[in-house]
Design a protein around this ligand. Structure first.
Ligand SMILES: Cc1cc2nc3c(=O)[nH]c(=O)nc-3n(C[C@H](O)[C@H](O)[C@H](O)COP(=O)(O)OP(=O)(O)OC[C@H]3O[C@@H](n4cnc5c(N)ncnc54)[C@H](O)[C@@H]3O)c2cc1C
Length: 426
């Protein structure tokens, strides 16, 4: 063995970096292996939901986010393309202090988490280190072999954690059966200068068309545009002017902003997928985040849930180390605690994908009716918001709620909010 540690985490993405930092703050000997050569760069919007803000606050990261690079957003407007406003979601319905979404410069919070980890525990984060295989003793996982700068390094660890994303190699090495689903829709994203300064999020929905516009700090806007999966070559062949024209037709108010899209380097293509791993634990090893439960981005919770996984694990790991017990039976407490919530969100995200992405006029009609009901019905609106904010474990709609949402039944409690919610004058 060339290196020994208590915990080895493969992947310094949304979940792995948070777990590395949380364990470093508890003085647990941890090594994080990241295949990339440095912190992430590139085009990517970062939307921190209330549950993610709370975690960053607990880790002391939230206060380090520079004010001029973070944009608090209170209102999300859903609009029908070619029609009017369907519904407005107001984050102020949620209890303070996390009663807003935060949109940051690309990767900002993530980069600060990585810096904090390196400061707290120097040399505990290895860039350019790719997982190759698991080390085993009988059935127990006892470490990993990684390729670091072209050299093979063996790392002995009491616990191995696969935080290596939806196509996890750790999960594969653990022989965990997994359903992987690629959605037929992907996204072209861009961050553009926004001279017209967009105050609030606009989410424009039509038939098989979605254009999301999220205000970012420093007069920028994060543009998210749905395209068929594997269609980027076709989108590029059609040309930038065709793309600009489409966006301008959908949201003419930002035509000056869309005109600043002049190079494909200002865009990125983001495919979407769902992962459902049959189990998240084996003797001596476990998986978290997208490796265990990737979900459709409509839930706006994939990264947040990877962070919640990390915080739950950071609570359990010290006890496991103290007891010297890393059996699957013991580690399963983590899966039992987290699986119901993430599966609820996966189902919710799939339902949203079915209705929001549809090209079917009847489904689109029902969807628009639901949005219109949500606009009037504070109780249902709160339920949906609380789920998106990561503050609700159960689905936002029961069967009765569904009938009320499409307007087939009246809702006598439409103005009621659950205990703990912030009452506002509507
Ligand atoms: C279009 C789109 C929009 C999204 N919007 C949101 C949103 O608004 N809110 C939200 O919460 N989530 C959102 N998500 C989801 C979010 O990006 C993921 O759920 C989140 O990144 C998962 O975190 P993770 O740590 O599990 O995996 P990742 O963040 O994917 O991290 C995995 C890490 O492992 C590393 N790695 C992989 N293989 C190896 C290896 N063999 N050796 C070493 N390192 C390795 C990778 O380089 C990477 O750094 C969105 C996703 C998409 C596609």
């Amino acid at each position: 063995m060339e290196k020994q540690t208590d915990v080895v985490i493969v992947g310094a993405g949304g979940g792995g970096a948070i777990l590395g930092l949380a364990l470093a703050q508890k003085n647990i000997d941890t090594l994080v292996l990241e295949q990339a050569l440095g912190p992430p760069t590139g085009i990517r919007g970062e939307i921190l939901q209330p549950n993610g803000q709370k975690i960053l606050d607990e880790l002391g990261i939230l206060e380090q986010l520079p004010c001029d690079a973070v944009r608090p957003v209170q209102f999300f407007h859903f609009r029908q393309i070619g029609g009017g406003r369907l519904c407005t979601i107001d984050y102020d319905l949620l209890p303070p202090p996390y009663n807003r979404a935060l949109v940051t410069r690309p990767h900002l919070a993530h980069q600060i988490v990585l810096q904090a980890l390196e400061q707290r525990r120097p040399n505990s984060l290895w860039y350019g280190a790719s997982f190759r295989k698991l080390l085993r003793k009988d059935q127990q996982v006892v470490g990993v072999e990684a390729e670091v700068e072209g050299r093979s390094v063996k790392i002995a660890a009491k616990l191995v954690i696969g935080a290596d994303g939806p196509f996890s190699k750790v999960r594969e090495a653990l022989a965990i059966p997994t359903q992987l689903h690629r959605y037929p829709e992907s996204y072209v994203v861009s961050i553009l200068d926004c001279p017209d300064d967009l105050e609030e999020t606009q989410y424009c929905i039509g038939r098989q068309t979605i254009l999301g516009l999220f205000p970012v700090a420093q007069k920028k806007v994060y543009v998210v545009y749905m395209v068929p999966s594997n269609s980027m070559a076709a989108v590029k062949t059609a040309g930038l002017s065709a793309l600009r024209e489409k966006w301008t037709t959908i949201y003419p108010e930002l035509h000056r902003t869309f005109e600043t899209l002049i190079d494909w380097n200002q865009t990125a293509y983001m495919p979407t997928g769902r992962a459902r791993a049959a189990t998240w634990v084996r003797d001596g090893a476990l998986i978290l985040g997208d490796a265990a439960h990737g979900m459709n981005p409509h839930a706006s919770q994939g990264r947040m849930q990877a962070m919640v996984d990390a915080m739950v694990l950071a609570e359990h790991i010290p006890t496991w180390l103290e007891q010297g017990d890393y059996s699957a039976a013991t580690l399963r407490v983590f899966e039992a605690c987290r699986r119901p919530h993430v599966e609820m969100l996966q189902r919710l995200a799939d339902e949203e994908a079915f209705f929001w992405n549809t090209g079917n006029p009847i489904v689109a009609y029902l969807r628009n009716r639901v949005f219109s009901t949500l606009d009037r019905n504070r109780r249902l609106r709160y339920n949906v918001l609380a789920a998106t904010a990561g503050l609700r474990d159960s689905p936002p709609f029961g069967w009765l709620d569904r009938l009320q949402a499409v307007g087939f039944l009246p809702d006598p409690y439409a103005n009621d909010l659950p205990a703990g919610a912030v009452p506002v004058v509507s």
